[in-house]
Ligand binder design. Structure first.
Ligand code: NAD
Length: 432
């Protein structure tokens, strides 16, 4: 996975030689002919895999990863309706389409007509393709829209996923999937019934540095991981925001940011926890926490014996990190781990008597573009997404068990699953 980062000198020379050989065995203007012929053809005449992927490689064989990104013709990209134009949608998701290769925004759904008009103008979206929450169902009549990306408060994911599926659209839905396991099940059923795909937007599972750590864990690069420590928390502001209203958010720090610890632990190990325990504390009298919890510490026990100690808060300074403790002379992790940018791998390894700290780096990529493009490829090629609805449902079941464990002061057992990645689909490819 993510081997395209490794564009080695050997690969470069090989591609160069293929390019030179091809050039010498063709008329001098062969490269131009190829470009011209593709331009003159109607879309679809030339199979995509036959098109040149790199100026250095005119071979039609694609043994090696492409040197340059190969964006798909806009006409062939999956068209998305963005549902909800809040902070995440405007500051991260809409700009990410510029880094995507297989996806394009074609419609907007918002309760604020003026904002939607301005955003449509900014991104060149047809103003006829603006909907509000009442007219949403009319997306059924718009063929440009193949998928929706739901970026609304948590409690609204359920309703809009079901309405989108009924309108015949594929659904990419933000985390947490919903406010209860029952709602998650209904969302999965609605998409199955409509024969539409459903993916939960767990961006960490599409990010290359996290994928590298997962490889280290699963290939036992530093031996067996025995213990894990994951923390994601922040000091939340405005007491009137929806994140602090139980009916809209479903809970407090746990479903909003604590879910990253839970989901990432499951992702790195590829296992499902079989038992959980937990503690919750909320500062009495803090006006922010009238309805939802402030801090949660919870433990996940995995069938392999790994124990993950996880923490989350809405009441302390921001920290987003994890660390894995292995038994062959190293611990490793990321700090920060769950941020959109600036994530950094940490590796502490004993070399003889010296404990050496390293920061191995691989290129950072736009997590949102990777995630959206993965879903588009699943839509195009009829594949199950890596993080389907079942992945979100499993997190919700574990969240419910953590609340129960904290409330009852006991360890709560979970359904046991054999095998790895039991809920996940197609492994994301990194061809950016
Ligand atoms: P936000 O408050 O900035 O945006 C929410 C949008 O929903 C706004 O446009 C708002 O007008 C609209 N809305 C419609 N009905 C509403 C109602 N009844 N109450 C409040 N707002 C209403 O929130 P956000 O930070 O963009 O989060 C949206 C979703 O994205 C959440 O599910 C959140 O968990 C998720 N999220 C994910 C990430 C990530 O990294 N994957 C990061 C942030 C948020």
């Amino acid at each position: 996975m993510f081997s395209s980062d490794l564009y080695t000198r050997k690969t470069f020379l090989k591609n160069m030689s293929v390019g030179i050989l091809t050039a010498t065995s063709l008329p001098l203007n062969a490269g131009n002919d190829l470009e011209d012929s593709t331009e003159k053809s109607s879309p679809g005449d030339v199979p995509e895999e036959k098109l040149p992927r790199s100026p250095l490689n005119h071979s039609t064989e694609q043994e090696e990863p492409a040197f340059y990104p190969a964006p798909r013709n806009p006409a062939k990209r999956v068209g998305y309706a963005i549902v909800g134009l809040g902070h995440l949608a405007l500051t991260d998701v809409m700009p990410a389409f510029a880094n995507s290769k297989y996806s394009k925004p074609v419609a907007l759904v918002s309760g604020d007509a003026h904002k939607a008009k301005v955003v449509a103008e900014q991104y060149g979206i047809n103003p006829m393709n603006i909907y509000d929450y009442n007219t949403f169902d009319r997306i059924a009549d718009n063929k440009e829209i193949e998928a929706v990306y739901i970026i609304l408060p948590n409690s609204m994911h359920h309703e809009f996923t079901i309405r989108a599926a009924k309108a015949g659209k594929h659904v990419l839905c933000e985390k947490p999937m919903a406010n209860s396991a029952k709602e998650c099940e209904e969302m999965i059923d609605a998409c199955k019934k409509a024969n539409r795909k459903l993916m939960i937007a767990y961006r960490i599972q599409y990010e290359p540095n996290n994928a590298l750590i997962r490889d280290w864990v699963q290939q036992k690069k530093y031996g067996n991981v025995k213990l894990m420590e994951l923390f994601n928390g922040q000091n939340i502001g405005d007491p009137s925001q929806w994140r602090l209203k139980k009916s809209l958010a479903g809970g407090g720090s746990l479903p909003d940011v604590g879910i990253y610890c839970l989901n990432t632990a499951r992702y790195l190990l590829g296992e499902e926890p079989d038992a959980v325990s937990g503690f919750i504390h909320t500062t009495p009298g803090d006006i922010r926490f009238k309805e939802v919890e402030e801090s949660v510490m919870f433990q996940l026990h995995f069938p392999s014996g790994v124990i993950a100690n996880c923490g989350t808060t809405y009441g302390a300074h921001m920290t987003r990190r994890y660390r894995l403790f292995a038994d062959a002379g190293a611990w490793f992790g990321m700090d920060p781990a769950f941020s959109y940018k600036g994530i950094r791998i940490e590796l502490s390894q004993s070399i003889g008597k010296i404990e050496s700290k390293q920061y191995p780096a691989i290129e950072e990529k736009d997590q949102f573009a990777l995630e959206i493009d993965h879903f588009s490829e699943c839509v195009r090629n009829d594949k199950k997404p890596f993080t389907p609805g079942e992945e979100g449902l499993q997190d919700q079941r574990i969240i419910d068990a953590i609340y129960q464990a904290a409330k009852e002061g006991k360890v709560v057992s979970l359904k046991k699953y054999d095998g790895k990645d039991v809920f996940r689909g197609e492994v994301p490819k990194d061809d950016k």
